[in-house]
Each structure stands twice: as C-alpha cells, then as structure tokens.
Design a protein around this ligand. Structure first.
Ligand code: FAD
Length: 450
C-alpha cells in the first residue's frame, strides 16, 4: 500500500514527537510518524520491576534551578511528575574496598582532588593538541592505577565531567538533577507534550498520524520528494522526511538511502562516538545496605575499571522496594549484554558480598536492559569529543535535500539529554517550516544544490 502525506517523521521518541507537534501547530497537519517499536518513547522507557516502575533509559531530569527554565522540567511540573532530588557528589564518601571497608573520607577526598587535577591536566593536554602555542605548557596527565584511583576516574569521566569542564546543561538550566520516580514513568511527559495533537479527547492514539511497528528500511529521495519503505512492504510518499533515529542506528545498516548518503555525511556519522550506559536492576528479599542520609550512591573500588563500580539504592525513590541499581558503561555494558542474566546476577552478588559480607541474601530478580543490541537504538547516547569539532555536528545535522536530521545527537549544546532531544525536534521543524515557506515562493534553499 502507498500512503501520501506532506511530512514523514521517522521515530516517536522525544525529538520525533516534538518535531511533529511543531509542524502540526504550524498548520502542517498531514504528518505521519513511523515508529519501529510497539510503543512511543524510544530511549525514555519504563518497565515494571520488583513491584515498582523503573526507568530503563533516561532516569533524571538534569539541569534544574538555574536562570533559564529547562523545558523538560516545565513539562514535569505541568504533569505533577513525582521526582526525587539526587546528589551524586556523596558517592565519593561511600567508596568500598574489596574487604568491605569504606575508605576514610580524607583519603577519598584527596584521591578525588588528585583525579580532578589530573583530568584538568588531561584537558589542557588535549587542548594543546588543538593549539600549538599551548603545547609547551601542558604536562602529561597521570594514569590512574590503584582501585580507588580507577573508581574515581570512572565516576569522574563517565558521570561527572561537570566537575572538570562547564557543561551547557548546568550552565544554562542549573546544576540540580531530579530522578524521575513516578509510576506513570518519565514517558508521561511525552503524553503531556503530545496530548493535543496525537491523542483524541478520550486519550486514544490518532492512528492516522502515528503508526507503530513500522520499521523504516529505505529512503528513496530526489528533488521531487521522498519515498519511505518499511519492513512490512508499505510505502509512504512525502515531500519531506524528518529522521530522528539515533546516531547508532544511522551508523548501522538498518536504513538504506537511495541515492546513498554522500561521503561528508557518512564520515560525520561514523565519527560521532556512542556511549553505552546500562542500569542493571536487582531485587532483594530485604535490604542490607546503609540507608541514612547521603548514602544513596556508593562505589565499589576494584582493579578492573568500571567493574560494577557505581551503585544506587532505590529506598529514597521507592521505600521498601529493596532494589539496587548498578550502572555499567561501554565495554562492560557490551560484555554484560552478551552474557546470560544469571551470570550477571552471579557477578553482581560476588561484588556485593565483598562490600557487605557473605551473609547477605541472594537477589531474587534481575533486569538487564540491552540498548547496544537493540537494532532500533545501537547504544545509549551520543558523545562528542570534548574539543568538539563544530563541522562534525553541523554535518551530522545538515539536511540532505528533502531529508532532515534530528535527535539528541544533532543538538550542539545539549546532546545526550532528553531536553537536547526535545529542543532538537523544535529546531529541525523550524528549519523545515522555513524551507517549506521558501519552496512555496520559488526554489527552496536545500533543493538548490541537488
Ligand atoms: P530516541 O528516543 O531513540 O527516538 C528515536 C526513535 O526512532 C525510537 O523510538 C526508535 O524506536 C525509532 N526508530 C529507530 N529506528 C527506526 C526505524 N528504522 N524505523 C522507524 N523507527 C525507528 N537523558 C537525560 O536527560 N537524563 C538521563 O538521566 C538520561 N539517562 C539515560 C540513560 C540511558 C540508559 C539511556 C539509553 C539514555 C539516557 N538519556 C538520558 C538520554 C535520553 O534518553 C536521550 O537523549 C533521548 O531520549 C533521545 O531521544 P531521541 O528522540 O533523540 O531518540
């Protein structure tokens, strides 16, 4: 079957839906959203686990309390979203060694200070590689070796870069972070955002607009239009396409382009790094970890960097739920995704017994999200080099004729965040509306070079 419409939006995550909403609000009503999964939300996704609702993807609203207001926080306020204030910085005073002892706070603070200084030296070093005049001043950064150094290095680089260099999210929106702990899930913000254009007054999805289980496999594009083919053999003809799939999906061969993407585009896509970030949830019959103030986050220091290092208990979020979360990244995420959940539970229990002794009870349930192996994601979020090369992100987001690119990875300031995805959708639709206006008047800017 062939369907005609003016714009096809591929993907119903935060960016795709905010893009579609802006188009609808500006009179472009015949938008069709094609979503590969059987639900909306993409990397914002809740699941029932251990009797509560846990977030497998985005968990925090980052950037609250500053001069400007974070649009995602505004949605949260409108939806009366239940959240908990989080302060990761305490984690550094809850560092356990292999024998279950907590490092004295003075040693932890010293190691932390050294690690921050070393990270700053590393930044300077990298900066000097970009600027010949600075190279004489830069010292070679030291390499972390002991378990505590490795643990702090992991925390600093995989969670807290804000301590070392300014992050736009904190500078613009404020430094506070709130964990979403609402049974309706983080995704209820999407429903809030989309309520007026995607749902009927009874809360049912407008099926003429949103098609679930539609896996886009081919984009055929010319100066006249775009033809979108899905895995189930449907064809959607449109004047324009907004592609909101993740950078990981763009790097994979899920979607083919006909004619193929030019070299500048494929090279830019290949050069963007992808972080894999995995929250492993463990449910216990009872709690055996300290729960007082400033104990929410704790760290396991081991000679293997990133090996079950960063832990959080969910007692503040859901009292009595007896759930722990351990966060893995990159290599460890991929390793754990490839093995059985039983094996992961066994490894996690060995680590917990080192911290809390042999008598703690076994976990009774485990949940391991697999963002890396999910063919509609292929990773958790984009990670641009610190010395971001502007042409790289410019090339990633530059439209190609009638194909517009959006998603967290196209947002220069806030990539990697939910608000980055949300704002990118708005930015992309603004650019497309402008293009549609000029096309009406004569030749569109992006058509000119085709
Ligand atoms: P997505 O949400 O990925 O939307 C793209 C959509 O396209 C998906 O629904 C996908 O199914 C669909 N799709 C893919 N391929 C196809 C195809 N071929 N055809 C049709 N549809 C397709 N951000 C924060 O702000 N705070 C956090 O605490 C936080 N933690 C995170 C933790 C994890 C584990 C992860 C994975 C992400 C986290 N993020 C966090 C990042 C945040 O979730 C993302 O930046 C944001 O949700 C991305 O939205 P998006 O619209 O760009 O992409």
């Amino acid at each position: 079957t062939t369907t005609r419409c003016s714009v096809v939006v591929v993907g119903a995550g935060f960016s795709g839906l905010s893009a579609a909403k802006l188009l609808a609000e500006n009179g472009v009503e015949d938008v069709v959203i094609l979503e590969a999964a059987d639900r909306i939300g993409g990397r914002v996704r809740k699941e029932e686990f251990g009797g509560v609702s846990v977030e497998l993807g985005a968990g925090w609203i980052s950037g609250v309390g500053g001069k400007q207001s974070n649009p995602v926080w505004e949605l949260a306020c409108q939806s009366n979203l239940r959240t908990c204030f989080s302060d990761y910085s305490n984690a550094r005073y809850n560092i356990y060694d292999d024998s279950g002892k907590i490092f004295p706070s003075r040693i932890a603070a010293d190691s932390y200070k050294k690690a921050v200084e070393s990270a700053i030296r590393k930044l300077r070093h990298e900066e000097s590689n970009h600027d010949a005049d600075l190279s004489v001043l830069a010292e070679t950064p030291s390499v972390p070796k002991t378990p505590i150094e490795l643990a702090i290095d992991f925390i600093l680089h995989d969670f807290e870069m804000a301590e070392v260099e300014p992050i736009s999210t904190y500078v613009d929106f404020g430094e506070r972070e709130f964990l979403v702990v609402d049974e309706r899930g983080y995704e209820c913000l999407l429903y809030k955002m989309a309520e007026n254009f995607l749902f009927t007054s009874e809360g049912k999805i407008l099926e003429s607009r949103l098609k679930l289980n539609k896996v886009v496999r081919e984009l055929q594009h010319s100066r006249n239009g775009v033809s979108v083919k899905t895995e189930d053999g449907c064809i959607y003809e449109a004047n324009y396409v907004i592609l909101s799939v993740s950078i990981g999906v763009l790097q994979s061969d899920l979607i083919s382009f006909n004619p193929p993407l030019p070299k500048w585009k494929t090279e830019a896509i290949a050069n963007c790094e992808i972080m894999v970030y995995t929250k492993v949830f463990l449910k216990f019959p009872r709690k055996f970890w300290p729960c007082g103030p400033e104990k929410e986050f704790f760290i396991y220091a081991n000679e293997r960097r990133g090996y079950y290092t960063f832990w959080q208990h969910m007692e503040n979020a859901y009292p009595g739920s007896n759930i722990l979360v351990v966060t893995l990244t990159n290599g460890e995420s991929k390793r754990v995704e490839a093995q059985s959940d039983q094996q992961t539970m066994k490894e996690a229990m060995e680590v917990l017994r080192k911290m809390f002794g042999p008598d703690i009870p076994d976990a009774i349930d485990i949940l391991v999200p697999r963002w890396w192996n999910n063919r509609f994601q292929r990773g958790s979020y984009s990670n641009y080099p610190i010395y971001i090369n502007h042409p790289l992100i410019d090339d990633i987001k530059a439209p190609l004729g009638r194909i517009y690119f959006t998603g967290e990875h196209t947002n220069e300031k806030f990539n990697g965040y939910v608000h980055g995805a949300y704002l990118s959708g708005i930015e992309t639709s603004k650019a497309l509306l402008e293009e549609m206006r000029t096309e009406k008047e004569g030749i569109g800017e992006n058509q000119a070079f085709l």
